[in-house]
Design a protein. Structure first.
Length: 368
């Protein structure tokens, strides 16, 4: 229903989908899943995959049992498993002519503004190169991430920073039920949720498995992030072959609807708490352009105050030093000093390299 209308989709795969109960790799499932990805790519939908399984792959290679591992050993095994995991994806996806890349992240990478912006730009460049990013939690250096295990929260942060329209959490159940469906035959699937209230949180139960360590609670936490990011989220059964096609065709799953738009969510994120690192003084022509919803260009900048880096939060003030807007700078203060007052087509010549034409993009700006 919603997936076909999306421009960017993040899909999270848990360990329980990559391994069967006998600990064998589900190669056929992954190959069929790659067909789903191929179909979405043909519709010009950008895809990011968040995958668990590094420690599980390492355990398989070394013939170890995951639940008996201490943290220090888990980190070493994760570094072994990362290579095995990416080889697994690469082997199956290449059969459908899909190129994949790996991005290692921790929750800290997605929660610190500058690192999050760097990750966003990496995703955008990989899309341009027609590669599908596969995000893995950096279990070889992470600590609490391994302890909490499941990548649901990480997937929600990836959806947030990439500006995704939908997050798909593939699980071993169809969605959120009124009761635990493994224990109650009369449990009913909740098809759509607009508000996560106490009742919804109460019925979220933990899942049990040797490889996967998350549960429905972490999925509810992920849904909260998505709702405030303008991103739809769905919990669906990933065990059958072609799970994405099944969501589109049957819609037998649980959808969480966003509370605000993506643009409003981004602007709220821009203006939140972080102190601006510098200021740009603009002329009247630039101010009028901003009022019309335009981006800030170098030609309209009169002066730079302070030192800041690309991606930093800055103030935009008029000639009377009255603050007009705040935004994220596409250039460092050093670069802006070089290009201010000049036309956008002169930027490459002035800096010596190709860059954006907007100093602050309209989507990265909030009027005050």
């Amino acid at each position: 229903m919603y997936l076909n209308r999306s421009k960017i989709i993040v899909i999270k795969i848990g360990s329980s989908l990559l391994f069967d109960k006998k600990k064998k790799i589900r190669n056929k499932w992954l190959f069929e899943f790659s067909k789903d990805i191929k179909n979405l790519l043909k519709k010009n939908i950008k895809i990011i995959i968040v995958s668990s399984g590094a420690i599980a792959m390492g355990c398989k290679k070394l013939n170890l049992i995951k639940k008996n591992l201490k943290l220090e050993k888990s980190q070493a095994i994760a570094s072994i498993g990362q290579i095995e995991l990416m080889n697994l994806f690469n082997k199956n996806f290449l059969k459908n002519k899909i190129n994949v890349s790996q991005i290692l992240l921790t929750l800290d990478d997605t929660e610190q503004r500058r690192r999050a912006l760097n990750a966003k730009r990496t995703f955008e460049n990989l899309f341009k190169l027609e590669f599908v990013p596969i995000v893995n939690e950096n279990d070889s250096t992470a600590t609490t991430e391994i302890k909490y295990g499941d990548n649901d929260r990480l997937a929600s942060r990836v959806a947030q920073i990439s500006g995704a329209d939908a997050l798909v959490l593939l699980s071993d159940v169809d969605g959120l039920y009124t009761k635990n469906p493994k224990l109650n035959k009369n449990a009913e699937l909740i098809k759509e949720i607009k508000n996560i209230d106490k009742n919804i949180e109460d019925i979220a139960t933990k899942s049990i498995g040797e490889h996967g360590t998350g549960g429905m609670k972490t999925k509810i936490d992920a849904a909260k992030v998505c709702q405030l990011s303008g991103c739809k989220m769905v919990i669906a059964n990933g065990l059958p072959l072609r799970p994405i096609k099944k969501i589109i065709d049957e819609n037998n799953c649980t959808w969480f609807l966003p509370k605000i738009s993506k643009l409003d969510a981004r602007k709220k994120w821009i203006i939140s708490s972080i102190s601006p690192k510098g200021e740009l003084i603009i002329d009247e022509g630039a101010k009028q352009a901003l009022k019309k919803g335009k981006s800030l260009l170098a030609a309209g900048i009169k002066k730079v105050i302070g030192k800041f880096n690309k991606g930093d939060h800055i103030k935009i003030v008029d000639k009377n030093f009255k603050e007009y807007a705040r935004g994220l700078s596409s250039f460092s203060s050093f670069e802006i000093i070089k290009i201010m007052g000049h036309h956008s087509n002169q930027i490459e010549k002035l800096l010596g390299y190709t860059s954006k034409s907007e100093v602050v993009h309209k989507d990265d700006m909030v009027e005050l």
